[in-house]
Ligand binder design. Structure first.
Ligand SMILES: [Zn+2]
Length: 143
């Protein structure tokens, strides 16, 4: 974790993302704190790696399917453009961590990637973001 991404801030990002999914499902899915070995959804903070924001791996607990979500809050490992933008901008860094949590927890609740860049489940793999660059799908946004 980089010096600017405090554990408290990244935990708030995960709690916010869990709350977002709970609200999005009309509380049909609820998340409550549990001990790690009893939790169906687990969130881990891991070191930066290979340009990935995060990942989800399935797990089994008894007969139930669950998920281990790995979030990389150290934006320094995400490529020079986004790392430079987030290094001095805590709002940008928090947004990256929060949106990564929402995306990976979306996988945890069973969602797959979409082809719609406006969707939180869009995969940004291979997308090189440069500060100041226009969005490649700019025409799809309304301003
Ligand atoms: Zn994904």
């Amino acid at each position: 974790m980089d010096a600017g991404a405090s554990p408290l801030r990244v935990r708030r990002g995960a709690r916010g993302a869990l709350g977002a999914w709970q609200r999005a499902t009309g509380n049909r899915i609820t998340f409550v704190p549990a001990l790690e070995d009893q939790a169906l959804v687990r969130v881990y903070w891991v070191p930066a790696g290979a340009g990935q924001y995060g990942e989800m791996k399935g797990l089994r607990l008894g007969g139930a399917r669950g998920a281990a979500v790995f979030i990389r809050p150290d934006v320094a490992g995400l490529g020079t453009g986004i790392a430079a933008a987030a290094r001095d901008d805590t709002l940008m860094r928090d947004a990256v961590v929060y949106l990564t949590c929402v995306h990976e927890l979306g996988h945890a609740v069973g969602l797959t990637h979409t082809a719609d860049v406006r969707d939180i489940m869009y995969s940004w793999t291979g997308y090189a973001w440069t500060p100041g660059a226009s969005c490649p799908n700019r025409s799809t946004y309304s301003t």
